[in-house]
Every structure is written in structure tokens, then in C-alpha cells.
Write a protein that binds this ligand. Structure first.
Ligand code: PLP
Length: 401
């Protein structure tokens, strides 16, 4: 380890709350898909800041827009009009097909919290007595208390009970379970179109259309949590757009700021009118600097046709992983959409593979003991995927794990 990393590890151990088991590497610079550590070693990044840096690191259009606006005006609060805020909402609304209203926050968890409040507020006038939100087992919606209560993973919740009430978890892709749970007490159904943190588990087209149908029939809002899937990660601008469904509420964050903190939720129809003046707020959300950066992010994504690349590179990555699965038997399942790909390993060595890959210059992400998740920047091409597959196959061949 270099001296800068040594010092960082020691200081972190003393002053940071130890909520993460960090890998022993310190990144100091990035460009596109490449990261550089404190000793100048180069790495290929296949996690992109957990799916946030979709345009690649240090994109000049985003940096330029941020610096230009920060030099002019960074923050005045939501009490006043500023440049870029409503323009950003209009940009995201038009990606969703137009006619949406947006609330701007600072993270995915806040986006989810806001969507839950919106659903309860909507129910107070449209479905009195309803307040529950149905979510899916194995889902992930964030770490704040209501978002954690919505998350369908007991291991993340147990130490923090009692959690806010009003959340029901049903198995994914099981229409009858949803049908049985969606009664007069339910204000909304919230799903990730592809479950991300749970291990990359896509919902089926049949299930998504059943969510839409049951919400319409029983009077509940359909919330698509697109925090991880949004902004071309799976190919279309939003993952639900690959299906014949339109949700009532969409949550966003991650890639919207290409790594800068921003989140938000959008609603259409009567859901868009639910929250009244004074009922929700944020000091920082919708500031002009972050909104300028987010607008530049969206413009660059369109100009670089990242949705098409996500589809093409994603198909190539999945085909290569399937070939590796067939030739080694080390992988039992390959799944995902666009450049959101997960594999299940035959043995519980996902963390060991990620550690060895890092030593060889690849940044990988493991979920639990037997899932590897790939969320590279959407600029990822065939040469980077070939490097990934060669390294993975070497690690498996050498019997290191
Ligand atoms: N919702 C989904 C689908 C996510 O994947 C995440 C984070 O991974 C969140 C919400 C929470 O976002 P944040 O970590 O920005 O609070």
C-alpha cells in the first residue's frame, strides 16, 4: 500500500463510522471507464459508483456546466426561482413522454420517501383510509426509515425495529399474491422494474401489466422506483418503457447527476396534484448548480446515444458471460437488461473474485456471497468487456477462488 492509502485507512478507521467494509484502494482520478489510484495504477470500472456515473468519470460537459453555474450561483433555496430547475424537470418529464410534474431532492432514498408521502397524501383525498404501500421481497428502496421499511430485505431492517408501519412485502412476479394483498387499505404498489441491490432480478412483462391493471381496478398508485434503472441503464430512458405500462409515479436519482447528488420523484394525472404548498420540502433539492449539471448529463446521454450502447454492449456482455458459464460451469445464471447485468455463481466466491479482480485492475461488485453485478458506465464497449471476460476466465482457470 502507498503512503497516501495507508494514511487514509488509518484516518478512516479513527474518525468515520464503520458502516462500510471498504476495499484497500484509493481512487484519485477518473476518465470515462477508467479509474486511477493514488499510485497511478489504472482500473476498468464495472460498477460506476453503484450505477451513478453513466456517462463515465469526469465527463467534460457535466464538469463544465457545474463549474460555470457554481461560479455564478450555487444555492438560494426553493423559496425563489432559479435557472435550470424547471428546465430540468421539463427535460425529465419529456423523457417520460411529457405531462409530468417533478419534485427535486438529493438522493434515491429521499426520492422514495417523497413518493411514499405523495401516495399517502393522494390517498387522503382519493381513497380515504388507505395508507399502505406494497413492495416486493428482495427489493431495495433506500436506508432512511420509511425507505428501509419499504425494502424487502429483513437482514437490513432487523436492527432498526420498530420501523414505520404500513409496508407489505409480496413475492416478485407472483400476480395472485399481489391480487390478495391489494385491498382498500393500500395506497400504492412500488416496484423496481429490475431489482438492483437485491441481485439484478427483472420483473416479467406479465407482472408489470398486472401491477398496472390491479392498481387501476382497485384504486392505488403504481410507483416505479427507477433510481437504479433510470436514464438508459437498461436501454430505454426508463426501464418501464420497454413494457406496455405507464406508472403514476417515478422515482429517480443516481445517473441523473452523473455522480453528483441528486434525486427526485415525478407524478402524472391527479397524483401530480396531490402534494400541496408546505407539505414537502428540501433545503438543497433543485439548486441551480446541481440542476445545470443534471441537464448537461441528460443532453450528453442523448448526444452520445447511450441507450443504444447500453442495449448493444449489454447484449454482448450477457452473451460472453453465457459462453463463460457454458465453458466453466462456474456461473449458473446470467440475467439483466441493457448494462445492468447479474450472474449467480455455482460457489459462494463472489467476494473473493471481486477482490482478486481489483488486484488485476478491474472494479467489480459482489452482492452477498454468490452474485456478481455489472453496472459499468454506459460508454462501455466491446474492448472493455473483452478485458473483463479474459480476467474473469483467468481467475476461474487459475483456481484461485
Ligand atoms: N431505490 C433503488 C432502486 C436503489 O437502487 C437505491 C440505491 O441503490 C435507492 C433507492 C436509494 O438510493 P440512495 O442510495 O441514493 O439513497
Amino acid at each position: 500500500m502507498g503512503a497516501q492509502l495507508d494514511n487514509a485507512v488509518a484516518l478512516d478507521a479513527r474518525v468515520m463510522m464503520q458502516t462500510y467494509g471498504r476495499k484497500p484502494v484509493m481512487f484519485v482520478r477518473g476518465e470515462g471507464m477508467r479509474l486511477y489510484d493514488d499510485e497511478g495504477r489504472e482500473y476498468l470500472d464495472f460498477i460506476a459508483g453503484i450505477g451513478a456515473v453513466s456517462l463515465g468519470h469526469s465527463h467534460p460537459a457535466v464538469t463544465g456546466a457545474l463549474c460555470e453555474q457554481a461560479a455564478k450561483l450555487t444555492h438560494v433555496s426553493n423559496l425563489f426561482y432559479v435557472e435550470h430547475r424547471a428546465e430540468l424537470a421539463a427535460d425529465v418529464s419529456s423523457l417520460l413522454g411529457g405531462g409530468w410534474r417533478m419534485f427535486l431532492a438529493n438522493s434515491g432514498a429521499e426520492a422514495v420517501e417523497g413518493a411514499i408521502k405523495l401516495a399517502r397524501r393522494w390517498a387522503s383525498t382519493h381513497k380515504p383510509g388507505a395508507f399502505k404501500v406494497i413492495t416486493l421481497e428482495r427489493s431495495f428502496h433506500g436506508r432512511t426509515l420509511a425507505a428501509l421499511a419499504a425494502t424487502g430485505q429483513a437482514s437490513k431492517q432487523d436492527a432498526f425495529k420498530p420501523l414505520p408501519e404500513g409496508f407489505l412485502h409480496v413475492p416478485a412476479n407472483d400476480v395472485s399474491a399481489l391480487e390478495a394483498a391489494l385491498d382498500g387499505t393500500v395506497a400504492a404498489v412500488m416496484v423496481e422494474v429490475v431489482q438492483g441491490e437485491g441481485g439484478v432480478w427483472p420483473l416479467t412483462a406479465e407482472y408489470l401489466s398486472a401491477v398496472r391493471r390491479l392498481c387501476d381496478e382497485r384504486g392505488a398508485l403504481f410507483i416505479a422506483d427507477e433510481v437504479q434503472t433510470g436514464f438508459y441503464r437498461t436501454g430505454p430512458a426508463f426501464a418501464h418503457q420497454a413494457f406496455d405500462v405507464v406508472p403514476d409515479v417515478v422515482t429517480v436519482a443516481k445517473a441523473l447527476g452523473n455522480g453528483l447528488p441528486i434525486g427526485g420523484f415525478l407524478a402524472r394525472g391527479d397524483a401530480a396534484e396531490a402534494l400541496q404548498p408546505g407539505e414537502h420540502g428540501s433545503t438543497f433539492g433543485g439548486g441551480p448548480a446541481i440542476c445545470a449539471a443534471a441537464r448537461a448529463t441528460l443532453a450528453a446521454m442523448l448526444a452520445e446515444d447511450l441507450g443504444r450502447n447500453a442495449l448493444e454492449s449489454g447484449a454482448y456482455l450477457r452473451a460472453k458471460l453465457e459462453a463463460l458459464a457454458a465453458s466453466t460451469g462456474a456461473i449458473t445464471d446470467v440475467r439483466g437488461a441493457g448494462l445492468m447485468v447479474g450472474v449467480t455463481l455455482a460457489r459462494p466466491v463472489a467476494a473473493e473474485i471481486a477482490t482478486e479482480a481489483l488486484r488485476r485492475g478491474l472494479v467489480l461488485n459482489n452482492i452477498g456471497t454468490n452474485i456478481l453485478r455489472f453496472l459499468p458506465p454506459l460508454v462501455c464497449g466491446k474492448p472493455e468487456i473483452d478485458t473483463l471476460l479474459t480476467t474473469l476466465s483467468d481467475i476461474l482457470d487459475e483456481g484461485i477462488v
